[in-house]
Design a binder for this molecule. Structure first.
Ligand SMILES: Cc1cc2nc3c(=O)[nH]c(=O)nc-3n(C[C@H](O)[C@H](O)[C@H](O)COP(=O)(O)OP(=O)(O)OC[C@H]3O[C@@H](n4cnc5c(N)ncnc54)[C@H](O)[C@@H]3O)c2cc1C
Length: 321
C-alpha cells in the first residue's frame, strides 16, 4: 500500500478546488482498505472514502486525515447472466451504463452522463431522467471500518431520493464535521465494494440495444444543452424540493427559484451561479472552496427570503470551513 502525503484535493474533485489531504491512499485490495483504516487509527486521524469527487466540496485548508480512494482492482464489471450485472465500487458509472447498453440490458442506461463512480452513485442514490440506481440495484457489498464484510439486499439500503443507508452510517449528511484533533475516526463507516443490478433485457420491452443507445444519447444531448459542462462544477448544488424526483414538476426544482431570485450569473469571488443552469455553481475563475460555500449560502438566504423556501445542499462538504 502506497501512502502519499499532502495530495491536493483540487486534483481529485470536479470543482477543482480543495487543499491537501494529509494522507492519500489508493486501495488496490480489500486488505489495503483495512490497512489504510488501521494507519488512520494509529495516527488518531479520521479517514474518508473518496469516489471520483464529483459531488464534493473540499475545504481550502484540505483534509487532516486519510483519504482512501478505490483503485483499478475495484473497477470491474461482471455479467452474472439473466440480466444480473455486478460492478465494483470504483467502476465509472458511465462505463457501467454503456456496458449494459452493449449487453442489451435496460435499467441504468440513462445514467451514462453522471460522472461519478458506482460507489458514489450507491451512496448518493444517483439518478437522472427517471432512473436512479435504487430502482434496479438488488444487492450491495461493503466493508465497515472494523473490517467486517456486509452484504445488504437493496431493501436494507434505505434508498430514498439522493439517500442511502450509507449516508446514515457515515453520519455525514449534509455536512461532514472534522472531529477534534486526535479524535477517533467516525467517518468511514462502510466502504461500498460492489453492487449488483437486476436489469431487463431490451427485447422484453420490445426494444433493441440500439434503442437503449438512442435513449442514452438523447439524455446526453439534454445534459449538454442544459448543463454548464465546460466549467468545473459538482452537479446540482441543491436537492429537489420533495422526495418524488421523477414526479416533481419542474416548476419546483431549485433552479426555478434561484433564477426567479435573480441569481443567475451572481458571483462571489471566482464562484458563479451558472448562467446555463441556476442550480449549478461553477468554478468560473480560480474559485476557492470558501467562495463556493459562501455563494451556496447566499443563494439559500436569498431564496428563503424571497420565497420562504429552505434549499438543502446536495453537494457534500469535507474538511473545516
Ligand atoms: C456535471 C455533473 C453532472 C452530474 N449529474 C448528476 C445527475 O444527473 N444525477 C445525480 O444524482 N448526480 C449527478 N452529479 C453528482 C455526482 O456525479 C453524483 O452524486 C455521483 O454519484 C457521485 O459519485 P462520486 O464517485 O464522484 O462520489 P464522490 O463525490 O467522490 O463522493 C460522494 C459521497 O459518496 C461517498 N462514496 C463514494 N464512493 C464510496 C464508496 N465506494 N463507499 C462508500 N462511500 C462512497 C463519499 O464518501 C461521499 O460522501 C453530477 C455531477 C457533475 C459534476
Amino acid at each position: 500500500m502506497i501512502i502519499q502525503e499532502n495530495v491536493p484535493m483540487s486534483e481529485h474533485t470536479s470543482f477543482k478546488v480543495g487543499g491537501p489531504a494529509r494522507y492519500f491512499v489508493k486501495a488496490e485490495s480489500v486488505s489495503d482498505i483495512k490497512e489504510a483504516i488501521a494507519f488512520a487509527n494509529e495516527h488518531a486521524l479520521p479517514n474518508y472514502i473518496l469516489g471520483k469527487g464529483t459531488n464534493l466540496l473540499v475545504s481550502d485548508s484540505g483534509y487532516n486525515g486519510v483519504i482512501i480512494q478505490l483503485g483499478k482492482f475495484f473497477s470491474e464489471i461482471t455479467n452474472l447472466g439473466n440480466g444480473k450485472i455486478r460492478a465494483r465500487g470504483a467502476t465509472p458509472l458511465a462505463r457501467l451504463a454503456r456496458y449494459t447498453i452493449n449487453e442489451g440490458l435496460a435499467g441504468i442506461h440513462k445514467l451514462a452522463g453522471i460522472p461519478g463512480s458506482l460507489g458514489g452513485a450507491i451512496y448518493m442514490n444517483a439518478g437522472a431522467y427517471g432512473q436512479d440506481v435504487s430502482q434496479t440495484c438488488v444487492e450491495v457489498e461493503s466493508i465497515d471500518s472494523a473490517g467486517n464484510l456486509h452484504t445488504r439486499a437493496a431493501a436494507d439500503c434505505k434508498f430514498g431520493y439522493r439517500h442511502s443507508v450509507f449516508q446514515e452510517l457515515a453520519k455525514c449528511e449534509p455536512k461532514i464535521p472534522e472531529p477534534a484533533e486526535g479524535g477517533q475516526s467516525n467517518f468511514l463507516s462502510e466502504t461500498i465494494l460492489s453492487a449488483t443490478f437486476q436489469l431487463t433485457p431490451a427485447t422484453e420491452l420490445g426494444k433493441t440495444a440500439k434503442d437503449l443507445e438512442s435513449e442514452m444519447q438523447e439524455c446526453m444531448t439534454k445534459r449538454r444543452n442544459s448543463q454548464p459542462l465546460s466549467m468545473p462544477n459538482a452537479g446540482s448544488t441543491f436537492k429537489r424540493l420533495d422526495a418524488g424526483a421523477a414526479e416533481t414538476p419542474t416548476l419546483i426544482a431549485p433552479g426555478y427559484y434561484i433564477e426567479q431570485a435573480g441569481l443567475k450569473g451572481y458571483c462571489i469571488g471566482g464562484a458563479e451561479v451558472s448562467r446555463v443552469h441556476a442550480n449549478f455553481i461553477v468554478n468560473a475563475d480560480h474559485a476557492t472552496a470558501a467562495d463556493i460555500k459562501a455563494l451556496s449560502e447566499h443563494v439559500q438566504n436569498a431564496v428563503a427570503q424571497k420565497f420562504g423556501i429552505q434549499l438543502k445542499r446536495e453537494i457534500i462538504l469535507l474538511g473545516k470551513f
